[in-house]
Design a protein around this ligand. Structure first.
Ligand code: IVH
Length: 704
């Protein structure tokens, strides 16, 4: 290859790898599998060795991926994609011992190289290895002093990470207090993960609530750790295995015995760590877990081999990025070939058409796969899929399997390429492609049955109007009988219309279910509809189904505009004044209210008595803080910062971002920023702690 091409390739790889690092660590939405990532990284690393003159200073081969949001990244983060209230406001803390990652490989030959290197460097000494599972979650470093958990910090960029102590304290298997003969001051590291059962339940709930499900337990664990409200984190039922100790006065001179000791102090360590000596034994351990990994109640993505003796570890030392005394063997994403039977095109609530492949069932990574997403037209084209092709299906840790390639040698010469449809399969409208988007959609929003039904189904979900007595199947019946066309029609339903309705519904898995509207069913439905009239404004707003207006954005809009009239009247610029609202959301809101048909639905819902303004008592509870300008700083125990901000407003005060001579006082939590602390002292602004603040606004702590 000529130099120019190599330089360009290095630039491209550097850029792409950085983007994928951010997708993985920051947004918890990886686009490619770990294996694909590692292949790109290796290609870059090989090129950099041959052509060091083209290496870029910020090459990802020199740094570990970072889960820290920098201000630049916050700006570009697709905030509306996040259903969780994640925070970018954790205090950053420098690690006492840098958090390096491990060099990893997919090949047994490289494990043999590793063993050989270790033996060579140790000379006459024979290594003793500890083989462990490689847990698939996010790394955490815990500091214990005098037997108490002092701090929990994410890996971040390896040098400094986010202080997530309050979130970690909600994990039951992380001890807050140690027992036995523990060292005075040490760090212990491990992996926070979400057990598969908790993951399945969480995703099921998210699907019911129309939130985007997490792709895999790792993303779910990592997304949970970034939430700002520990009570929400607690609900995620995370777990933690500890696998590494660092400190000056460890009881033993080797990793294995210290891990055992850590267990006696109260830590959860893995039962599957074993001592091994020969290369054959290492291969056996790899093979064992490659086969048995799906019998575990949590995900692993490989195994880790560590030299046990600390003295030998020291002899072996570190490279720029990772220790020479350890290596990770990563399992390849399992891949299998199967026949493509047909492609369905599904129309969603917002009209987007998604192609789904029906496959000849195959067993893959612990489950039988019958369907796989084809994402969009570009992917179909890129894969060049033909009818009845043999395709490769892969599960790279994701729940929904992907088609990653085609076995062209098995293609029937007469096979026609699969083409994306041009018209809506449900209503026949010609499909359009929105600028800058990969998907085609049907624009017949008010006349296309799956879109109409989808909107009503969205409306009744628990987190919105909570009319759960009207499940999916029932909406279908009402729709087919022409009793409802939109959400407002629900409020005109009468007992006589519903009683006695019946239908047998065929599920995609072939099983059928009879749904009948008996007396009790009808009463429950009508009660559910009636009760929904007291659902607060923010949830009504969420239920309307405005594009990109999820739970969080709806809350922010409700708080900002206070009632629907103000929201309808708001210009794009005014909309953007609300927290979390950027161009894309503002345009979507404007488009929604520009359509008479939507305004008509809103007007009808209003007439039926739904809430279209924020409750007065929620805006101002009293004027105890009237005239006060308050700055919030640090981390709190009882409520999070957003909740304190809301309280300040509710009690008539004003929240400000920075300290000035006009500041009345600082509501100071733990780990208040040093700059703010200094400024407050300089201007003699009082610091009020959480308890004092709660007392000030009327014994709220009684409710804590
Ligand atoms: S040891 C200095 N042991 O895999 C050694 N890591 O790139 C520190 N991991 O960042 C790591 N299971 O998040 C170690 N049994 C295990 C592990 C493990 C999972 C993760 C960890 C680390 C990454 C390695």
């Amino acid at each position: 290859m000529e130099d120019r091409k190599i330089k360009e390739r290095i630039q491209w790889l550097t850029r792409e790898l950085k983007r994928h690092n951010d997708n993985y660590y920051l947004y918890n939405q990886p686009e490619i599998s770990d294996e694909q990532f590692d292949m790109l990284l290796r290609e870059l690393s090989d090129l950099e060795i041959l052509y060091p003159q083209f290496t870029l200073p910020d090459s990802p081969t020199q740094h570990v991926g970072s889960d820290l949001f920098t201000s630049a990244k916050i700006e570009f983060a697709p905030r509306e994609q996040f259903d969780d209230v994640i925070t970018t406001k954790f205090q950053q803390v420098r690690h006492r011992y840098p958090m390096t990652s491990l060099s990893n490989t997919y090949s047994e030959a490289e494990i043999a190289d590793f063993h050989q290197r270790v033996c060579k460097l140790l000379g006459s000494e024979t290594p003793e290895y500890v083989c462990e599972l490689k847990f698939d979650g996010l790394a955490i470093s815990l500091t214990y002093q005098e037997g108490k958990l002092l701090r929990a910090v994410t890996r971040g960029d390896g040098e400094k990470g986010d202080d997530v102590t309050n979130n970690v304290k909600t994990i039951q298997s992380v001890p807050l207090k140690l027992h036995g003969n523990y060292p005075e001051d040490f760090d212990i590291r491990g992996e926070i993960f979400m057990p598969r059962k908790a993951f399945d339940q969480l995703n099921q709930e998210r699907i019911e609530n129309e939130e985007t499900p997490f792709a895999n337990p790792r993303n779910a664990a990592s997304g949970s750790m970034k939430m700002q409200d520990p009570t929400e984190v607690r609900k995620r039922r995370l777990d933690c295995f500890l696998y590494f100790l660092a400190g000056d006065d460890m009881p033993y001179d080797n990793h294995y015995d210290n891990l055992k000791a850590a267990r006696s102090w109260g830590f959860q360590t893995s039962d599957y760590a074993v001592k091994r000596y020969t290369l054959e034994q290492l291969f056996e351990y790899i093979k064992l877990w490659e086969e048995k990994r799906y019998t575990l109640p949590f995900d692993i993505d490989g195994i880790v081999i560590k030299v046990n003796s600390y003295r030998q570890q020291e002899l072996l030392g570190f490279t720029a990025k990772s220790p020479r005394w350890a290596i990770a063997f990563k399992f390849k994403a399992e891949r299998i070939a199967t026949e493509l039977l047909s492609v369905d095109f599904q129309v969603g609530r917002t009209g987007v058409v998604t192609p789904v492949a029906n496959l000849k069932p195959v067993f893959l990574a612990g489950t039988t796969v019958k369907r796989a997403s084809l994402h969009n037209a570009d992917i179909i084209q890129a894969l060049d899929i033909h009818e009845r092709d043999w395709v490769f299906v892969e599960k790279g840790g994701e729940i929904i399997p992907k088609i990653t390639g085609v076995e062209i040698s098995r293609r029937n010469p007469d096979a026609k390429p699969v083409s994306f449809i041009t018209h809506c399969p449900a209503c026949g409208t010609e499909l359009v492609r929105a600028e800058g988007e990969a998907g085609f959609y049907c624009s017949n929003e008010f006349g296309c049955p799956p879109q109409m039904k989808g909107k009503i189904e969205h409306f009744i979900v628990r987190k919105m109007m909570n009319i759960e007595s009207l499940g999916e199947g029932k909406i279908e019946i009402l729709f087919d009988k022409n009793l409802v066309r939109n959400a407002a029609d629900l409020y005109e339903l009468r007992y006589e219309q519903l009683f006695g309705l019946e239908k047998v519904i065929e599920n995609p898995d072939g099983k059928s279910k009879r749904i009948s509207f008996r007396e009790k069913t009808v009463e429950n439905i009508l009660n559910g509809i009636e009760n929904s009239k007291s659902v607060p404004f923010e949830r009504v707003l969420f239920a309307l189904g405005i594009r990109y207006v999820g739970e969080t954005v709806a809350k922010k809009l409700a708080r900002h505009f206070k009632n629907i009239n103000a929201l309808i009247a708001a210009s794009e610029e005014e909309l953007k004044q609300a927290d979390e609202v950027g161009d894309k959301i503002a345009v979507a809101i404007r488009n929604y209210f520009a359509d008479e048909r939507n305004l008509d639905i809103v007007q009808r819902l209003r007439n039926y008595g739904l809430r279209f303004e924020i409750e007065e008592s929620a805006t101002t509870r009293s004027d105890k803080l009237s005239g006060k300008t308050i700055v919030i700083s640090g981390v709190f125990q009882h409520y999070n910062r957003d909740q304190y901000k809301a309280m300040i407003e509710q009690y008539g005060g004003k929240n400000a971002g920075s300290i000035s001579k006009n500041t009345s006082f600082v509501l100071a939590g733990e780990n208040m920023g040093p700059a703010k602390h200094e400024k407050a002292q300089e201007l003699e602004i009082p610091l009020i702690n959480e308890r004092e603040f709660l007392e000030m606004i009327d014994g709220i702590e009684a409710q804590v």
